[in-house]
Each structure stands twice: as C-alpha cells, then as structure tokens.
Design a protein around this ligand. Sequence first.
Ligand code: DGY
Length: 410
Amino acid sequence: HTNPDREARNILIANDRGGYTIPTEGLYPYQWNWDSAITALGFAQFDLDRAWVEIETLFTGQWDNGMVPHILFHQQDEGYFPGPDVWGCNGPIPSSGIIQPPIAATMTRKIWEQDTAFGDARMKALFPKLRAWHRWIMKWRLDEFGAVCTTHPWEAGRDNAPDWDNSMARMDASDVGEYKRRDTSHVNSEDRPTKFDYDRYIRLVQIGRKAAWDQQKLLSLNPFRIADPTMTFTTLRAARDLLVISEQLGLAAEGLSTDIEKLEAGARSLWNEELGSFDARDAHTGEMSGSVSNASYLCWYAGVESDKMLERLKATLETVPYPVPSYDPEMPKFDARRYWRGPTWAFMNMMIGFGLQDLGHTEHANQLRKKTGDLISGFGFAEYFDPITGSPAGGKAFSWTAAVWLHWAG
Ligand code: DGY
C-alpha cells in the first residue's frame, strides 16, 4: 500500500455506479443506506458534489411514509440474495422493507459544514426528507423507555451480533423453505453468519412481506424487536444534528427537542449495571443481552457521557492490538473473524472517534484514529479486520473503509 490515498479514491471511483456507490463488487451490488452515508464522507474529500449526490440518490428511494430502506435495488443483480422479488416492496425504487442506523443526517451535516455556501440549498432541500425519516423512526421504533428498536438483525447493521442470540434462538424458522445464499459464494463462509442465523434473517423478511411491511401489524407479528445501542445512539445523534441544522438555516424544527429528551432517557435505559456497559434489550421479554459490543461505545457519538465506558475504552486501547472489536474478546462468544462477533470495523471506530472528539476526549480519539490508520495502511481496505492479528476479512476494496481512510484515518 504505497499510496493509500490514491488507492482509497480509486476504490470509491471503481465502486461508483452512477449516483450511488456499491459497498463492494460481488458481495454487495446495490446501494446500502448507512454505507452510502459513510461513503459520501469519503467523496467529500475530493469531489464535494459527488458526496451530495450519494445522499440525494439514497433519498430518491424514500417511501411516502418517510421510511428510507436499507437497500435500494437500482438495477437487478443475480449475485445477491434476497433481492427485490423476495422483499416485495412498493417504494419509488425497488427496495428492502427495513431501515439501517440513521446516520445520514449526521454525515450530511459534516458534508454541508465543509462548505456551507456550496451546500446550503441542497441541505434545505434534503432537510424535510431527513426529518420525515426521523419522524418515522420516532413513530414506529421506540420502546416504552424511549430506546430505539431494531426489527431485523440487518436493520441494526450488526447482522450476527451476539446481542441477538437469545432472541434468535427463541424464534422458529422451520418453515423458511428452500433458498440459496449468495454471500458465501463471494467470500469465505467462516467470515459470514451461520445457516442458523440466515434462516432467521430470511424468515423475518417473509413475515414482513406477508404483512405488506405494515408497521402497525408488525408490532405484534414480528418476533424480533430489540432496543439496541446502534439504533438508539445514532437516532439520538441524528436528532441533535437535525436541530443544529434547523437552527443554522432557520428551518422549522418542532418536536426535535422533545425527541432528544425521550431518546436520552432511552439511551440511559440501555445501561446494564451488572455488565458495566451499554447493552441491547429484547423489547418483547425485557431481557438484557449481556453484550459489550462496538455499538456500546457509540455513547459519546450520541452525546452521552460515561466514565465507565471511558475506562473500558482505555483498557481496550491498551490490550486489543487493533481495537475496537465488535465483541469483547474476554467474552466466551468472541469470534475474531465472524463478522459482528469480534472483528473490528473501521467505520464504527470513526463514529466512536467522532463522539470522543466532540466530547473533548481528544487523546482517546487520536489514539483510536492512529490505530485505525495503521490497520488500514497495514492490511488494506477490507470490509472488517481480525482485532488480534489485523488480518483482513469479508469483502475487499470496500467503500466505507476507503472513505474512513480519506475522511479520518489517513
Ligand atoms: C447481507 O446481505 O449480508 C447484508 O448485511 C444485509 O444488509
């Protein structure tokens, strides 16, 4: 990796499909929601217009009710399963029926602040759409404590995190039927979720489709509903950013301050005292997961301070060669290569780093940035990395890893 800047740019350019960027060739051939928001930050370093276009294209897929899907199937690709025919959605662009962590408002604010004269008009045009998505989340995803729930493991973005294990185990997927996975034909199956998990991912898609993605119906029909640190912290951060944008541009923002209060309470409710960490909670049973994940460390990103998490972070920076692992290496379920059960994800580090920086933990932010930079320059632009050895895993030439290099770690 003699010239990682150029390599990172070339990855974004090669993954550009005209207005949107695929996460990586083969494994992920469409536009993914939170991937795009991160990727836009990378483009902003060398092509600000293209950065805006990435987000604007994402919102062309927004449903009338405000929902912004986790995948937009702009064009058919046989290499991916489950495609548009399995989801059966009727949005403006063929799509999935679930969301992803709402980081678009936050990343768009960063792109806008890079050059407000350039971006003011586009920010004003995008604001009502960001606001409508936020409203949809507040309407359909809050639990009784104000924490934000994920209704599919893919929705929280941490597909096979141990956080979901108990809830997944309770779920019956015996009638899922025959289907053919495509992910394991692109990358090593050791790096990917198991069949047990995949059966349940697909079963949940079938349940959603049968309900025609009617959220009211799914409140009772969907067996999977988990208040989660990823969804809660990113939604809280989005609300704060939307409020700032509205103040700066003189746009109406009724309700946002109340949302922030509710979400702050929700975020605090995810504190697991026994575990000493932010954690996920099954909304159907009230049971906490007992997971220290990289999402637990997104508290600062949400503007939520925690001495205990800072202590944990310090220990992690000292003891794990390539932090922050997606699951605590001390815990029995840790699996260094299997997706969200151990590996380090550069973009999660960047989001943790944003939070640390914002709350004045500059030294920790710098350490994390430096270690993330070493990881990428040493091992390449992989989807994710073994936190102990640094070895690359999953897809290669990955857009968000390239974007992290360009915006933050490089
Ligand atoms: C997949 O297909 O593995 C994706 O993570 C879904 O978003």
